[in-house]
Design a protein around this ligand. Structure first.
Ligand code: 1PR
Length: 538
């Protein structure tokens, strides 16, 4: 095609490239999908958003002849942008379930991050780049952070140094982007890095003459703490999907004949929080445990529409488990998750089903490979699987009263109890289970969860701060990232949880809905923009 508004996209069908598509369209371009190797050779500009694992991606490229076409396209210095796995595949090989041979365009081996010196793997979140040479497409980044999510990375060496345009520090210094002539590839996700990421794509897509502005050096920095806006959604009594918010998980209004509290429309609020600067947006379908999510078409529509305008990571949770519908048709949790990924989710979050899986695993000590956590992480990677924990504090006078890990409380319980354990619940806090948050967190990490969303029923909706004792216990127990949740009421609560615990992110709901929640009294007004602008680098 000769049309400058057309971009060729190589999507080999391994996962969610919806957000890349949405970002390209948002910038005013049309997409032509690669069907045959010839489409690669004829492309004016080619974007390759690699998704999934290295070995299956190479299998597809080799079996279809697309790998060969890609190599010749790149050797001819034609405009190319690889994203994430689309960067890694350019190297000689990867250790991911390997060694597995790559396209071999760039010298070097892609290896796993070393988690031994306290860096959590996967590397998830917003990090700064060290820009080492003129890359053109990175010119607007300056000191702002971009979004990464990966467990494997390529390292700089003498052999590949002329390719490197930026590096990033996470335990090791790894390659964040490469550039040679018209060939670019980035390890981070421009389509998930907000407006700074959109500018990377725009610079790749537009002819150079139409852009102004010059490069500034980025500075090395640690991974930033993330602030996540959470939307609890459910069908209200009229059958509409609405954003709601509970008080210790109770979402019914106390006054008005006990109606479900309605704070607005999910797609609109998600767009608003993105524009306000949220680092990520989560949707939790809080009645998913009783409704079958694939029957819940509105939720899929919400995701599709939200992902058209939200260019930061989207997580969706609620009802992810194996399911047999009323016609006797069986759906695996993997099928349910796949439908969410196809509709625009970057991560899925599992609550109740993770509790069942962890109980089973602790009882039998056998990984069956059949749990939702194992199935989904095998196909989509650990970084795509979040486990949401809904614990409730149980006070104790003596820690030896229970078999679960307990902690000495900073603030004693209502009857002067000095200890507590945190009992896991399922079905939106309705049922307590014989497993603690600590035991659950360790078990799901072993099963393949990539991140933990740590709620606390006692603190939910109270606006009195996160449960620091709980967040500390869990973030010290696992080596995957932990998202602290429940209780944020003022911006100091965020700095508090980040300075006192090893949480990687903090999630909140009520504080963001404040305008819509005049009925809930908070202590102080909050400057939303100030909250997000602050980069919690500790
Ligand atoms: O069990 O896999 O179907 O998943 C259900 C999901 O829905 C779980 O992630 C569970 O946490 C969530 N959920 C279920 N019931 C409720 C409820 O509120 N009745 N919401 C619920 C959980 C917790 C957070 C909340 C934070 C921050 N809400 O989403 O946003 O507590 O709130 P705050 O900042 O206002 O204090 P499954």
């Amino acid at each position: 095609s000769n049309d400058d508004s057309v971009v060729t996209l190589l999507d080999y069908g391994a996962g969610n490239v919806r957000s890349v598509r949405n970002a390209i369209r948002h910038l005013g371009f049309q997409i032509k999908d690669v069907q045959t190797p010839k489409d690669i050779l004829n492309a004016r500009r080619l974007i390759f958003p690699g998704v999934g694992a290295f070995a299956p991606a190479m299998d597809v490229l080799n079996n279809t002849g697309m790998g060969e076409a890609l190599c010749s396209y790149i050797q001819n210095d034609r405009p190319f942008l690889g994203i994430c796995l689309g960067l890694q595949l350019l190297f000689e090989s990867s250790d991911e379930n390997g060694p597995v041979g790559g396209l071999g365009m760039i010298p070097g081996v892609v290896g796993r991050f070393d988690s031994s010196h306290g860096f959590r793997v996967p590397h998830i979140g917003w990090n700064a780049l060290q820009i080492t040479k003129d890359s053109e497409i990175l010119d607007d980044i300056r000191n702002r952070h971009v979004y990464f999510v990966h467990s494997y990375r390529a390292m700089p060496s003498n052999e590949n140094k002329e390719w490197i345009s930026s590096t990033c520090n996470y335990g090791d210094e790894f390659i964040a982007s490469v550039r040679r002539g018209n060939v670019h590839a980035v390890q981070f996700h421009p389509e998930k890095s907000g407006d700074v990421g959109l500018s990377v794509l725009r610079r790749f897509l537009l002819p150079k003459s139409s852009l102004t502005g010059k490069r500034t050096e980025g500075k090395a920095s640690k991974l930033a703490k993330r602030v996540i806006a959470c939307l609890d959604v459910r069908t209200n009594d009229e059958g509409d999907l609405v954003v709601t918010k509970g008080d210790q998980y109770d979402v019914r209004e106390h006054a008005e004949q006990s109606k479900v509290r309605n704070l607005g429309k999910p797609v609109e609020l998600a767009g608003q929080y993105y524009n306000d600067g949220a680092d990520e947006v989560s949707f939790l379908n809080i009645t998913g445990f009783r409704d079958f999510p694939l029957g819940d078409v509105p939720m899929l529509q919400v995701l599709r529409r939200a992902s058209e305008n939200v260019f930061v990571p989207l997580t969706v949770g609620g009802g992810i488990r194996d399911f047999t519908d009323s016609n006797g048709r069986y759906y695996s949790s993997l099928e349910v998750a796949s439908e969410y990924f196809r509709s625009g989710a970057d991560k899925i979050s599992i609550g109740s089903d993770a509790v069942h899986a962890a109980e089973e695993y602790l009882k039998t000590k056998v990984k069956t490979g059949k749990s939702s956590i194992e199935q989904i992480s095998r196909v989509y990677g650990n970084q795509a699987v979040v486990v949401s924990i809904d614990p409730r504090r149980v006070y104790l006078n003596d820690p030896s009263d229970v078999e679960f890990k307990s902690i000495k409380l900073t603030k004693p319980g209502p009857n002067g109890e000095e200890y507590a354990w945190y009992q896991c619940t399922i079905n939106g806090g309705r049922e307590g289970r014989p497993i603690g948050a600590y035991e659950l967190a360790k078990a799901v990490e072993e099963l393949g969860a990539g991140e933990i969303l740590l709620n606390c029923i006692d603190c939910d909706g109270q606006g009195k701060g996160f449960d620091i004792d709980l967040v500390k216990m869990i973030s010290d127990a696992v080596s995957i990232p932990v998202i602290a949740s429940s209780g944020a009421g003022v911006s100091e609560h965020f700095s508090d949880v980040f300075s006192k615990t090893n949480a990687s992110a903090a999630l909140a709901a009520g504080i963001f809905h404040r305008k819509e929640m005049a009925d809930i009294a908070f202590d102080q007004p909050l400057e939303l923009e100030l909250l997000y602008c602050e980069t919690y680098n500790m």
